[in-house]
Design a protein around this ligand. Structure first.
Ligand SMILES: [Mg+2]
Length: 244
């Protein structure tokens, strides 16, 4: 059984766990490539998405450590993308326009995974407390959860709470406090083992679960070795329905 009998609360990551963020980024990157990267053909488009998600320079993680703003990390990644795929360097003013186009396309692509709604409802009907703990900002995630029809979770803890995100143990402890369950009887479910399940165990949570959807790994420096993850005591699932 994935959720042991002692578990009373389940905290979910949002991006690529409850929400198909990769799909939304795919849509956004196709729009961006069409406008800014004329040398990229249809066959090459998946590589644009791959680089965006791999974030090889770790700009997004620098943001989650409080070292860059959300805008700074996006601009750095936009220019890295342009440099790699033959686009022009974006000035501050250029980036204003780029970012508006990117965010509009990203938002238009927001969708929950097919099973997210059912899994949340079923867990609740079985008496579990259910919350979300995410490494993005409050305004963005509140809107994303609303658009995806998931805004009724009991708790939403974001990067704004402490100005830093996972893997900092404080965010896991604060999320369980707000959820009203002791850390030892709370499970965390997320798609990035190092900052999700492994960090949750490190923060004293009772269980860490890796949702390893087919074809969704990021590659690069991300911790995605199933054997190493299993040795650390993490359970792996390929769909949230396996929680049930
Ligand atoms: Mg995620």
């Amino acid at each position: 059984m994935i959720l042991s009998n002692t578990v009373e609360g389940v905290l979910f990551d949002i991006d690529d766990t409850l929400v198909d963020t990769r799909g939304a980024f795919a849509h956004a990157m196709n729009v961006i490539a069409g406008k800014y990267l004329p040398g990229v053909g249809v066959a090459e488009q998946p590589k644009v998405l791959e680089l965006w998600r791999a974030d090889p320079s770790g700009y997004y993680r620098a943001y989650t450590r409080g070292e860059m703003t959300a805008r700074e990390q996006r601009m750095a990644r936009a220019n890295q993308l342009h440099e790699t795929f033959g686009g022009r360097n974006l000035s501050d003013d250029d980036f204003e326009v780029w970012d508006a186009e990117f965010m509009a396309a990203f938002r238009a692509g927001w969708k929950p995974f097919d099973e997210s709604r059912t899994v949340i409802d079923t867990l609740r009907s079985r008496g579990y407390r259910v919350g979300a703990l995410t490494n993005a900002g409050l305004a963005l995630q509140t809107e994303k959860m609303r658009v995806c029809g998931l805004s009724d979770v009991d708790v939403l803890v974001t990067l704004d709470t402490f100005g830093v995100g996972k893997p900092d143990p404080r965010v896991f402890q604060e999320a369980t406090r707000l959820l009203g369950t002791e850390p030892g009887v709370t499970a965390y479910v997320g798609d990035e083992p190092d900052i999700d399940a492994l960090a949750a165990l490190g923060a004293g949570l009772g269980a860490g679960i890796w949702v390893d959807r087919p074809g969704a790994r990021r590659g690069g420096a991300h911790t995605e070795d199933p054997a190493a993850v299993a040795r650390a005591g993490i359970s792996t699932i390929t769909s949230l329905t396996e929680l049930l």
